[in-house]
Design a protein around this ligand. Structure first.
Ligand code: SAM
Ligand code: SF4
Length: 337
């Protein structure tokens, strides 16, 4: 059971901020076509917060009422010594001030880290998997190795981690495979969540070519499966159905076709200490300066309060033939999805 928050952060629209996503690196060992261009310029390593600083920032948010921490990236598991951060943050699980410590990963490093993650108190993980076909996997991720990710998923299962698969629905790329992904996920006892592509950052191609509304995917699935709305929530933006034929859960993240901002409980921290109050807006707060200005957390706490006080009502993503510019210039790998 959750303990009451030590303090709480409430934004101008009365939404309680209880969920922090932390992008610990903007780097990645993949180059997914909808996420990055093949030739990305990453931040100089010297601009990154140290793991100790990230721990201090996360701890400040926990003291302010954050109950769920998601470590993401870029690929979080390629950051050097990242297990130190998981082990450090686990103390908040032990003390009862944090309900959940989790991560989103492309799975490539799970053969190495799954057991350690479980030991650090991680219980559930999100693994991104857009296809079950090795050749297609290569085409989508450019640099990824399908068998390595499958080995990662197996290692996570073996370690006893609950797995949710995330798949971005891509027009003309994996739209013919959504039912297979569902059957695969539910057959293994995993949840599956489908995501619409969001217009973030320049990629090499044209997003209008990739955008597939989930309303269409859902209608197609209903030809084969019975989808029953269920009230299940994980604290994130997905809305879930139960698939009668498989017994499994299927989530839909629909930032484009259905605005999910009314119930937004999240803020996002980058690896340089910039806090984004909304995934789809440019406004951000610098937390690195107050963090480094004093060993005491008072300045940091004030900066967080000022930032939460201007959390915007929502995003206004648009993908159409007239709007070719990304809604925000930064890539998803900066704020971590
Ligand atoms: N590298 C890890 C991974 O792929 O799971 C974590 C970071 S990744 C940015 C987090 C999630 O964002 C992934 O599920 C990915 O598919 C999704 N994603 C990336 N770019 C996206 C975009 N433009 N629109 C929608 N989802 C995107
Ligand atoms: Fe890397 Fe994840 Fe982006 Fe793919 S979606 S390039 S794995 S950060």
């Amino acid at each position: 059971m959750s303990l009451p928050a030590l303090q709480s952060m409430v934004d101008p629209f009365g939404r309680h901020v209880t969920y922090l996503r932390v992008s610990v690196t903007d780097r990645c060992d993949f180059r997914c076509s909808y996420c990055m261009s093949e030739h990305m310029t990453f931040l100089p390593k010297k601009d990154l917060l140290t793991l100790e600083e990230l721990d201090r920032l996360c701890t400040a948010f926990v003291a302010k009422g954050v109950r769920k921490l998601r470590i993401t990236g870029g690929e979080p598991l390629v950051r050097k010594n990242i297990m130190w951060l998981f082990r450090a943050l686990a103390r908040h699980l032990a003390s009862g001030t944090l309900d959940e410590l989790t991560l989103t990963t492309n799975g490539s490093q799970l053969p190495k880290y799954a057991a350690e993650l479980r030991d650090a108190g991680v219980k559930r993980i999100n693994v991104s998997l857009d296809t079950l076909r090795p050749d297609r996997f290569k085409a989508i991720t450019r640099w990824g190795d399908f068998s390595q990710v499958m080995a990662g998923i197996e290692a996570a299962e073996k370690a006893g981690l609950a797995i949710k698969l995330n798949a971005v629905a891509l027009k003309g790329v994996n739209e013919d495979e959504i039912a297979d992904l569902l059957t695969f996920a539910h057959g293994r006892g995993f949840d599956l969540t489908l995501i619409e592509t969001m217009p973030m950052g320049d990629i090499d191609g044209d997003r209008t070519d990739q955008y597939l509304p989930l309303s269409i995917v859902r209608a197609r699935l209903m030809d084969r499966f019975t989808l029953e709305n269920i009230p299940y929530r994980t604290g994130g933006p997905a809305r879930y159905v139960r698939v009668k034929e498989t017994g499994g859960r299927l989530g839909f993240i629909t930032p484009m076709t259905h605005n999910f901002c009314e119930s937004c409980n999240r803020v996002r921290l980058t690896c340089t200490g910039t806090l984004y109050m909304c995934l789809g807006q440019d406004d951000a707060a610098d937390l690195r300066s107050p963090l480094r200005a004093s060993a005491d957390d008072a300045l940091l706490a004030e900066a967080i309060d000022r930032a939460i006080a201007r959390k915007p009502k929502g995003h206004d993503f648009v993908i159409d033939r007239r709007t070719r510019q990304p809604a925000v210039a930064r890539h998803m790998s900066v704020t971590g999805g």
